[in-house]
Design a protein around this ligand. Structure first.
Ligand SMILES: [Zn+2]
Length: 332
């Protein structure tokens, strides 16, 4: 290929990285979530995670936390794009799995919460039924799950359909033109790093960790809990996110507005708490998945026969494995 062709491709790739809003929590946000999670993993979960991580991660979950973003625009992984978010009806400020979890063509269960259920189930069944006929790529399942639990905590990953979670709301972040979604993915964290943390992500993570053992210490056990003793409970996290999106992300951020100190200083505490919650809950979910004594709720056990029939189809249509249990839980 001629050099001009190579240069064109390189330019296109660079431009793709610069288009705001097409990624999720930026690299820093996902790294922080996974780094915080690492500190709360049980011995069993840490062993299982290290065994599943690809060699290039060198045993560090945080190193692969953005993998799902890195591959999503690759042709072979394009199907995974809609798994990074869930959109709700405009101005409703609430989330419902059955109403909202679908892709833009209306395919059910194709959204961030559906993906969390799916990959939790793959890891649980793969870990506890090593002799089972169904073989998943558990390394990919772990990397997807770790990423999506981060994503669902970014308030605008559970935003309105009409503005694509803030992606079409063009505003200024101080003097720079961008969109509201990108501000929540990257800019608030970037500005915090520059303003308070000497541009050092490790220092910012340490500050969040100090809050976890300090001001937030009494909240940690409630953050970890799943309402009905399930292994994963992404619906709760999505409900919190749309509520925060309405109260903080969308408020005073109309198209054309300039967001500066007032917005930054009042929203940064929300971002830092969501990173902390994402990390604590990722660890709690992995601890439940990789518990030596699996703790699967009776509710889900009861539905196993139907979900197992669907599991036969999982090889070709992975997301069907979660469809029926969730549809049933919505109907009951
Ligand atoms: Zn993402």
């Amino acid at each position: 290929m001629a050099w001009s062709g190579v240069l064109l491709i390189v330019r296109a790739l660079v431009l793709l990285q610069l288009i705001p809003g097409i990624l999720s929590w930026g690299k820093e946000g996902h790294y922080a979530v996974c780094k915080i999670a690492e500190g709360f993993l049980s011995e069993d979960a840490l062993g299982a995670v290290k065994a599943l991580l690809p060699d290039y991660a060198e045993g560090d979950l945080a190193a692969v936390c953005s993998w799902a973003d890195e591959i999503r625009h690759n042709f072979h992984w394009r199907w995974s794009g809609p798994l990074h978010y869930v959109d709700t009806p405009d101005y409703r400020c609430n989330y419902e799995y059955c109403r909202d979890c679908h892709d833009f063509r209306g395919h059910k269960d194709i959204c961030v919460t559906g993906a969390i259920y799916n990959y939790t189930k793959q890891l649980t069944s793969g870990y506890h039924n090593s002799g089972s006929e169904i073989r998943y790529n558990l390394t990919e399942a772990l990397m997807f799950l770790s990423h999506f639990i981060g994503d669902v905590h970014q308030p605008l990953h559970v935003g309105f359909t009409g503005d694509e979670g803030g992606n079409t709301i063009i505003v200024r972040w101080y003097r720079r033109k961008t969109n509201l979604h990108h501000i929540w993915d990257n800019m608030i964290i970037d500005s915090a790093l520059k303003t308070y943390y000497n541009s050092d992500l490790a220092i910012m993570i340490q500050a969040i960790q100090r809050n976890i053992t300090g001001d937030w210490s009494f909240d940690i056990s409630s953050w970890k809990n799943c309402a009905s003793d399930d292994t994963a409970c992404p619906n709760l996290y999505a409900s919190e996110s749309i509520s925060l999106a309405c109260k903080f992300a969308y408020r005073n951020a109309t198209p054309g507005s300039t967001l500066g100190d007032d917005y930054f200083l009042s929203r940064l505490p929300i971002v830092e708490k969501r990173l902390a919650q994402g990390g604590i809950r990722l660890a709690a979910t992995l601890n439940r998945i990789f518990a030596s004594q699996p703790k699967i709720s009776l509710k889900h056990e009861d539905k196993r026969p139907t979900s197992c029939i669907l599991c036969l189809l999982c090889h070709t249509i992975p997301f069907l494995s979660v469809a029926l249990p969730i549809i049933f839980s919505c109907l009951y």
